[in-house]
Write a protein that binds this ligand. Structure first.
Ligand SMILES: [Zn+2]
Length: 423
């Protein structure tokens, strides 16, 4: 292997307005919450799937050879590959009819109580083969990638029986192993998404199934890195969530919670208490929950596209969370019911326009802090020598322009594992 100082670039991205490296230590919070560490007119060189050099263009261009793939950013900004740290991308069924009911005035919670909502997707998902699930998931993940995402967190949770949950996690594993597609997913088990209808009167038995059969099998097969629970009204109580998460923790899984989305039930405090990697949603997080997140290493993953798509007005208090010192990330929550967008850029825009983040904080929230939220801060989330070469190129010159020209896909190029992705 050649000495690093002489190593030549396989690919170089040049002609940027700035490279927003997000370097300087991950995650970012407090005084560094909006730390982008820009390099004006910077360039990035890549070799063997990793960042070889980042710095002023004239310096980086010394690395090129006749074989180097040259990627012209045309005066745009270059970011670390965007990370969608909360998605439910593998599912069957069709809930467009339910969306029309919501447009007619029906509430999400009301439909859920009637056995629609998540249960509709569970019915559709159980009846699909692994191949059918893979085909539909590939299409939507490619569309999400075209919006700049290079790594996804991906949850199960639409099977809600042992075989169906395993089928979803095996689908996520297979998507991850498909080298040609460049998809990279971090798997999360979410058997405690809802009590399925056949267990409606036997909640305890369903929790037994999750804790005593599903979780051990998932852990034994190495199918998930995290366990998530929907801790909210109409889903699981704090004590039920504690039982599932404690079992998951004892099996070595990282913890996540859907917390304080529909009401303030204390999911945030539970997540902090158990040392969860993240608590997600948070429109109804309490003042005590905000303060607890400010002092803890549990990230707050905000999902404003869900609030928007459910026609609600109460967004997660992003500004207060950043000001309290919390680690704040943003994600799409892509799912078939409450957030059907496939655009991380819409989450970024709403993070600024509805949750009170600055443009710089919102970029950190889908790069450095999103990497932290999925346990990948050592390899992803910033442009630094030696890190995995995941890059996103946008046709705007500043972070603020990204928000100002909202509703537009500004992505002009993606580099994943050091290779240019066709989008
Ligand atoms: Zn979710």
């Amino acid at each position: 292997m050649p000495h690093r100082t002489h190593q030549k670039a396989e690919l170089v991205v040049y002609n940027t307005s700035q490279v927003l490296t997000c370097a300087g230590g991950l995650p970012k919070r407090g005084a560094t919450a909006g730390e982008l560490k820009p390099i004006e007119r910077g360039a990035v060189a890549v070799a063997e799937g990793k960042i070889l050099a980042v710095g002023p263009e004239d310096h980086v261009l010394k690395r090129i050879t006749d074989e180097t793939v040259m990627v012209n950013a045309h005066g745009g900004i270059l970011l670390p590959g965007l990370i969608d740290s909360h998605t439910h991308p593998v599912y069957g069924g069709d809930r467009s009819g339910e969306f029309l009911l919501r447009l007619g005035g029906a509430g999400y919670e009301e439909l859920q109580a009637k056995g629609l909502g998540i249960q509709t997707t569970v019915n559709g998902t159980r009846s699909m083969s692994l191949e059918q699930l893979l085909n539909s998931a590939r299409k939507r993940l490619r569309r999400m990638m075209a919006e700049g995402v290079t790594t996804f967190e991906a949850k199960s949770g639409y099977g809600l029986d042992l075989e169906s949950e395993l089928k979803l996690l095996r689908a996520i594993k297979q998507l991850n192993e498909e080298g040609t597609s460049k998809l990279e997913l971090v798997p999360t088990f979410m058997g405690a998404h809802l009590v399925p209808k056949e267990y409606a009167d036997r909640r305890g038995e369903y929790l037994d199934l999750v804790c005593e059969e599903m979780l051990p099998q998932v852990a034994q097969e190495g199918l998930a890195e995290f366990c998530d629970v929907f801790c909210d009204v109409g889903a699981f109580t704090v004590e039920e969530s504690r039982r599932v998460l404690t079992a998951a923790k004892s099996l070595g899984l990282g913890l996540k919670l859907h917390a304080d989305e529909l009401a303030c039930t204390g999911g945030t405090e539970l997540g902090v208490e158990l040392g969860a990697r993240s608590v997600d949603h948070l429109p109804y997080v309490s003042e005590a929950g905000i303060a607890a997140l400010g002092k803890s290493d549990t990230a707050a993953v905000l999902l404003p596209a869900t609030t928007f798509f459910l026609f609600k007005d109460r967004y997660a208090p992003g500004r207060a969370l950043v000001d309290a010192g919390a680690i704040v990330a943003l994600a799409t929550d892509h799912n078939p019911g409450s957030s059907h967008t496939q655009s991380i850029l819409r989450a970024v825009e709403l993070g600024v326009m509805r949750c009170g983040l600055t443009a710089a904080e919102a970029i950190v929230a889908v790069t450095a802090n999103a990497a932290y939220a999925i346990g990948r801060e050592a390899t992803l989330g910033s442009i630094e020598t030696g890190k995995q070469a995941d890059l996103t190129i946008l046709d705007v010159a500043t972070p603020e322009e990204l928000i100002y020209a909202w509703g537009v896909n500004h992505i002009t190029g993606i580099v994943k594992h050091g290779e240019l992705v066709t989008i």
